[in-house]
Write a protein that binds this ligand. Structure first.
Ligand code: GAL
Length: 671
């Protein structure tokens, strides 16, 4: 079944309204809601006194209309009585200040008292709903991930380090604590990297981020265990925050969940008088979330209207909500849940609009999604069980992201922006991409791009080497192979453990300021037509040791020196791109590389048209999405069936602005 629905807060509305909400939901084709993830005060109004009656009634009202529910464990939003009685649960921020009551996510993820209260509410919920047919699963907490620096965390961090290193000697050695006289002689001396301590030891700072990540993973696992015990048949998920979020290691957080879900807020913004929505950024979010478990996912919060707490974002244009939701499906979503059903009249998120406005009457946005509900009745079965297959992977490393948070290397460098540029170049060509962990199996990919793979351990380096040896093509960008696992700079010419595979070393590097003009010119024969592209942020001046020079710098004392190289290694090859370009550099480079590797686009289409595919066995589903405002002519493959109207495609068709078609290959055109 394709799950389609909304995030619903019955506790925020009078009970008399619930039947009308359920009726409107059913009319829109909804079959699922997420409920109660912030309702702890209503479920446990005072310590140890539970009240699920209201929730039972809400669930029944919805179920009468054929709607099932995922319940949130409400731990992202502890009730006032709890936090007043136990103020030491409040998180301590990096600046040394305690969070105070008034928003949400105030808690320390390691606090034993909070764990006790968590166990109690989660157990009570799980036991109560184990046999309720209305409940199909759980979302744990909500968008977890704030770092805490409190005394509890400090002591747990010290324990975590003991487990990781065994001895202080080992820890001192890998962190290099001789520097500035930081040699620790007792575990209790080790600090947490509070801002008041100034720029921390990079080894300590990276380990602290890993520790916080592990803390949330463990906190989530405690809840997973309780739920699995009481409700073995229920689905368990958490709502992740896409590619842009880099506070936790999402591969770890996803590991024991049944399903990844995430919160997709395209919003869009104005660039002078032009409205920009950056569909590539959304697509990257989807592909990253699909890559966490290498399986399809849900969108647990799909944008439903203008967003905003204090300030209101632009209204999604007619067609956009539906288009964004189909884009989610095109990239592997098997469930779409809109945030939120109705716009709150009270509270911080008064302007984060739902499908219904504050007044609760159906309007344009509701009608648009209702149309989609009717369409899904037709196309849902075809989508069922289908998945994305990509031949290109981008390797994403949370260790590297943590390390760049600690030392960005250059004030203009942002890992997420760099990866987005790389991804964008492939997106523009409609090439399917998996975003995967450095630990994932790479053998099925023809091309693996490892942007700024800064922290590189021996095991990953060996796997990349084997991948190339066996015939794969690897692309690396600057600041790769610079750090070992302990965030110390390697004792090797860069790119360290990957220098041999790349057939180069970095002779020198130059960290650029934003106003310096540098560029790279393609000089290899056959590549000169790629021209000259801007080089930004950083330039590695390369010293070939067997690699062919593809492009050279054009300015400053290293004009003419190698900037991009290609090395044949084993049965494969490695490209080293010594600078951070903008999208045009990657467009040029990948344009050449995908031709060379014979990696076809899903479909050639005009700019602004995204084409993504899912496969149901050997049946190919094409999602052709027009992200522009204007109608676009697209050449569609002959003989495919339009799943919405049943017509067979014959060449060129016009897709209206902010609209889409979904096509299925005729079953005999397998593969
Ligand atoms: C999400 C969050 C929701 C809601 C929404 C709008 O990040 O999970 O609970 O707050 O943003 O702000």
């Amino acid at each position: 079944m394709f799950y389609f629905g909304a995030d619903y807060y019955p506790e925020q509305w009078p009970q008399e309204r619930w039947p009308e909400d359920a009726r409107l939901m059913k009319a829109a084709g909804f079959n699922v809601v997420r409920l109660a993830e912030f309702a702890w005060s209503k479920m446990e109004p005072s310590e140890g006194k539970f009240d699920f009656n209201w929730l039972d009634r809400a669930l029944k009202t919805l179920h009468d209309q054929g709607i099932v529910a995922l319940l949130g464990t409400p731990t992202a939003s502890p009730p006032p009585w709890l936090m007043t009685n136990h103020p030491d649960i409040f998180r301590l921020r990096e600046d040394g200040l305690r969070v105070t009551y008034g928003n949400r996510c105030e808690y320390c993820p390691n606090h034993p008292t909070y764990h006790d209260f968590t166990r109690r509410i989660v157990t009570a919920l799980a036991e109560h709903y184990a046999d309720h047919p209305e409940v199909i699963g759980w979302q744990i907490d909500n968008e977890m991930g704030n770092r805490c620096y409190c005394p509890v965390c400090r002591s747990k961090f010290q324990d975590w380090l003991k487990v990781r290193y065994g001895t202080l000697e080992k820890m001192n050695a890998v962190w290099g604590t001789e520097f500035w006289s930081h040699i620790y002689t007792d575990w209790t001396q080790i600090p947490v990297p509070l801002a008041t301590g100034g720029s921390p030891n990079p080894g300590l700072a990276l380990d602290f981020r890993r520790f916080i990540s592990d803390s949330y993973v463990a906190y989530q696992q405690m809840q997973v265990d309780l739920l699995r015990e009481a409700c073995p048949d229920h689905l368990i998920t958490h709502n992740f925050m896409g590619f842009g979020y880099e506070g936790l290691n999402y591969y770890d957080l996803a590991r024991t969940l049944d399903l990844v879900s995430w919160d997709d807020y395209p919003a869009g913004f104005w660039l002078k008088d032009r409205r920009v929505t950056e569909p590539e950024a959304l697509a990257l979010g989807h592909d990253t979330m699909r890559g966490l478990k290498h399986q399809n996912f849900w969108v647990m919060e799909q944008q439903a209207g203008p967003s905003g707490w204090e300030i209101v974002s632009p209204t999604p244009r007619p067609g956009e909500l539906r288009l964004w939701a189909y884009q989610s499906i095109a990239h592997g979503a098997d469930g779409i849940v809109f945030f939120r059903w109705r716009t709150a009249r009270y509270g911080t998120e008064q302007y984060w609009h739902g499908l219904l406005d504050h007044h609760g009457l159906p309007g344009r946005r509701y009608e648009e999604i209702k149309q989609m509900g009717a369409e899904l009745k037709k196309v849902g079965a075809a989508i069922q069980g289908s998945s994305v297959k990509a031949r290109v992977a981008i390797l994403q490393s949370y260790d590297s992201r943590f390390a760049f948070q600690i030392q960005p290397n250059n004030p203009s460098f942002q890992y997420s922006e760099h990866v987005t540029h790389v991804y964008h170049a492939l997106f523009n060509r409609n090439i399917a991409v998996d975003v995967i962990s450095p630990q994932a199996d790479m053998s099925n990919y023809m091309l693996v791009i490892a942007p700024a793979l800064h922290v590189l351990d021996e095991a990953v380096a060996a796997r990349l080497e084997q991948y190339v040896q066996a015939g794969g093509t690897l692309v690396l960008t600057p600041r790769s192979g610079v750090k070992d696992e302990a965030n110390a700079v390697v004792n090797l010419p860069l790119p360290g453990l990957l220098a041999e595979v790349c057939g180069i070393t970095v002779a020198e590097y130059d960290s650029l300021s934003a106003d310096i003009s540098q560029s790279v010119k393609f000089i290899a024969s056959g590549l000169k037509k790629l021209g000259t592209c801007a080089a930004r942020v950083w330039c590695d001046i390369l010293e070939p040791a067997g690699a062919q020079v593809l492009a050279a710098y054009t300015a400053d004392y290293y004009a003419g020196r190698p900037a991009i190289t290609l090395n044949q290694y084993g049965k494969g090859q490695a490209v080293y791109v010594g600078t951070f370009g903008d999208v045009s550099l990657y467009q040029a480079l990948f344009g050449w590389l995908v031709l060379k590797l014979n990696i076809p686009p899903v479909l050639n289409a005009p700019e602004g048209i995204e084409v993504a595919e899912r496969w149901q066995g050997d049946r190919r589903l094409l999602f052709v999405l027009n992200h522009t405002n204007a109608p676009q002519k697209v050449s569609l493959p002959n003989g495919y069936i339009n799943l919405m109207d049943g017509k067979v495609s014959h060449g060129e068709e016009t897709i209206p602005g902010r609209d889409l078609v979904i096509l299925a290959s005729p079953s005999e055109s397998a593969g």
